[in-house]
Design a protein around this ligand. Structure first.
Ligand SMILES: *Cc1c(COP(=O)(O)O)cnc(C)c1O
Ligand SMILES: [Zn+2]
Length: 429
């Protein structure tokens, strides 16, 4: 693609297609995050005035807690707050969301945090939080009459796109770095014939996707040309946390950072709930978690600078391995403004984070969750997070997808013959 500022170059749908009334629900326009310039709702993602990222803005009606509570036990209970039609066909999507918010007594005790919760998004349909964003992107793709549902991915996104496309009956093509963990490859390939492995890292894959989006008609790349709609799906994590706490905001929340989209949207969700009068306007701190091997946002945070210098990722936390994070600067703003922080940990600490969560709460997280839990621990130890405040840590993915990260570190305590004598000889109890 040559000029992202030229919106016609980012159009994925045939020009003949006209949007139906209410295709994007209460969404009003796409507004530039940098200059506020507005463009019509459509497959656009860059501001024609300043190249800044476009974001969905709304004219919200009055929304009550009761209306939301009466909705389905998935993200569509918040459909009035999302860029989706009121008559969205739930059966055409994977119905993600409304995942468990678990009180983490044991992990809290271990870390010295009085009041700790785990928002466990590993139980989504394809076992990561990506099912939320993909569900919103799919709705946009259908309304825009896209022919192909596609993405560049670090793994989880490809899983979610391939599954959602299969269920909706739309052709999918998913692109991944060729060195991706085998389980994540299989988890896409079972749903689609069109898993494309690219020799390069995620940033290379992403560049290729942008090029294809500019050249091919009728492709909806969930995190490229329909990114504004996709990204809104992450707000549902914030809505759910507030609703599950009994319609109030936590005092601290720790969120993993890849592109930074999820973190910015959880913050946006909290702000919307406040402005809609659904929660009280209480202060909260937002913390970002990265692995040191791909920590451009954490590096900028610690250096006290606004610019993010892209890096070449080298970490076992592959789902967070975005070296040039699109929303990194907004993550810095939010973490600084709310009094939170951005922190990073080594791959070894990521592994320890996985085991810590597994052994305290019985939740097997992937490397992204190991990063978030490990960073939570470091934030407490370094005095950056207040252990007396109510804290939510988000587990965004499932450990079975990144078995390699821990498979050499855990295993049978002993291998014995099937006799009582052999058991007692092994000294297990
Ligand atoms: C994609 C992903 C993230 C981070 O998402 P961004 O919105 O790009 O920051 C976190 N955890 C997991 C498991 C992911 O797959
Ligand atoms: Zn702009």
């Amino acid at each position: 693609m040559t000029a992202v500022a030229d919106n016609t170059a980012t159009t994925t749908t045939t020009s003949a297609h006209t949007l139906r009334e209410g295709a994007f629900g209460n969404a009003r326009a796409l507004a530039c995050r940098e200059c506020g310039h507005e463009v019509e709702l459509g497959p656009f993602y860059a501001c024609p005035e300043c190249f800044g990222p476009l974001e969905v803005s709304y004219d919200f009606p009055v929304v009550t807690r009761e209306e939301i509570a009466a909705g389905p036990r998935n993200i569509w209970r918040y459909k009035a707050l999302l860029p989706v039609p009121d008559d969205i066909e739930q059966s055409k999507n994977t119905e993600p969301g409304f995942t468990r918010l678990l009180k983490a007594h044991n992990l809290g005790r271990e870390l010295g945090i009085d009041n700790l919760w785990v928002k466990d998004d590993s139980t989504n349909p394809t076992n990561s939080f990506k099912d939320r964003v993909v569900a919103c992107a799919l709705s946009a793709a259908i309304e825009l009459d896209a022919k192909v549902f596609a993405c560049p991915s670090t793994g989880n996104l490809a899983n979610a796109v391939a599954a959602a496309g299969a269920r909706a009956g739309i052709k999918t093509v998913v692109f991944i770095p060729s060195n991706l963990e085998k389980p994540k490859q299989v988890n896409s390939a079972v749903y689609t014939d069109n898993l494309v492995a690219v020799n390069g890292n995620y940033d290379d894959v992403n560049k290729l996707a942008s090029e294809i989006a500019g050249e091919e008609e009728g492709w909806a790349f969930v995190n490229v040309n329909v990114r504004p709609f996709y990204a809104e799906g992450s707000k549902t994590l914030g809505y759910e946390i507030a609703e599950q706490l009994g319609w109030r905001l936590p005092e601290q929340v720790v969120i993993p950072v890849a592109s930074g989209s999820q973190l910015t949207k959880v913050h946006k969700a909290f702000q919307e709930l406040i402005s809609l009068g659904l929660v009280e306007d209480t202060p909260y701190k937002v913390y970002g978690a990265q692995a040191t091997g791909c920590s451009p946002v954490s590096v900028a945070y610690k250096a006290g600078v606004d610019a993010i210098r892209p890096v070449k990722p080298d970490t076992i936390a592959k789902s967070l391995a975005i070296g040039n994070p699109a929303d990194g600067i907004y993550v810095l703003d939010i973490c600084r403004e709310t009094g939170g922080a951005v922190e990073d940990i080594s791959d070894d600490e990521v592994r320890q984070g996985i085991l810590l969560l597994a052994r305290t709460e019985g939740i097997f997280t992937e490397t992204a969750g190991g990063t978030t839990v490990g960073v939570l621990k470091k934030l407490v130890e370094t005095g950056q997070l207040d252990p007396t405040l109510e804290t939510v840590v988000i587990n965004t993915g499932m450990g079975l997808k990144t078995l390699d990260a821990v498979s050499d570190h855990v295993g049978p305590r002993a291998t014995i013959d099937p006799s009582y004598g052999a058991f007692t000889a092994a000294g297990i109890v």
